[in-house]
Design a protein around this ligand. Structure first.
Ligand code: PPS
Ligand code: ADP
Length: 211
């Protein structure tokens, strides 16, 4: 998919109500919490739990879930490396808009390739000074496969889905995540506890209020 700019003679339109005003209105800082990990690692569960926890604190968030976006915005994309790259790029651009609107945008995608995640992070911070935080659901493949909530691992093992992440397609672990979620003593912490961990991080970094 081309990322070339094919539009010419276009101008940036400024509006007097900007990000700063919107953030003051919401008393929070727009940012992106990007959750990456294998299918079944608990990305969507954490995203929902986090959104619920933020809501209960009066903070506005919005979830961009890879699975959901593939029903609409990204319905033309498959799972080849270049399609996944375009998927991450588009969701990054949408996350940029939500974050600029002042929301805490929670993106939940496998996003398996380091180069795509890095490009997305660079795009967010370079182009618009949007702060992105990467959360890595570091759950073992065996656990994700044993959960198999959608039966996709079974199909992948049977060769009925080709190029399934973790089976016959790579997942490149992040080298630079801000939060890494792991099992403790062989047990995955409860979603509410994980959400609390991310909320504490956001509080500590000053995202949940405007000075
Ligand atoms: N080949 C293959 N590999 C991985 N995942 C697959 C595949 N085919 C379908 N699915 C389903 O698509 C969901 C992942 O979509 P994403 O947009 O997050 O993927 S990616 O970031 O572009 O890699 C993923 O959802 P989650 O289980 O929530 O991760 C799967 O349900
Ligand atoms: N922290 C957790 N503890 C126990 N089970 C979990 C946890 N997070 C998710 N699960 C379960 O694992 C399965 C996959 O979770 P899901 O959030 O759909 O993963 P993903 O979005 O990464 O594919 C679901 O059945 C869900 O209930």
């Amino acid at each position: 998919m081309s990322t070339l700019n094919n539009s010419t003679n276009i101008f940036w339109q400024e509006c007097p109500v900007g990000k700063v005003e919107r953030q003051k209105l919401l008393n929070q800082k727009g940012c992106v919490v990007w959750i990456t990990g294998l299918s079944g690692s608990g990305k969507s569960t954490l995203a929902c739990s986090l959104s619920r926890e933020l809501h209960s604190k009066g903070k506005l968030s919005y979830i961009l879930d890879g699975d959901n976006l593939r029903h609409g915005l990204n319905k033309d994309l498959g799972f080849k490396a270049e399609d996944r790259a375009e998927n991450i790029r588009r969701v990054g651009e949408v996350a940029k808009l939500f974050s600029d609107a002042g929301l805490i945008c929670i993106a939940s995608l496998i996003s398996p390739y380091r180069k795509d995640r890095d490009a997305c992070r660079a795009m967010l911070s370079d182009a618009s000074f949007i702060e992105a935080r990467l959360v890595f659901m570091n759950m073992p493949l065996e656990l994700c496969e044993s959960r198999d909530a959608k039966g996709l691992y079974k199909l992948a093992r049977a060769g009925k889905i080709k190029g399934f992440t973790g089976i016959d397609d790579p997942y490149e672990r992040p080298l630079n995540c801000e939060i890494e979620i792991e099992q403790k003593d062989g047990v995955c912490p409860k979603p509410a506890a994980l959400a609390g961990q991310v909320v504490s991080y956001l509080e500590e970094k000053g995202f949940l209020q405007v000075e």
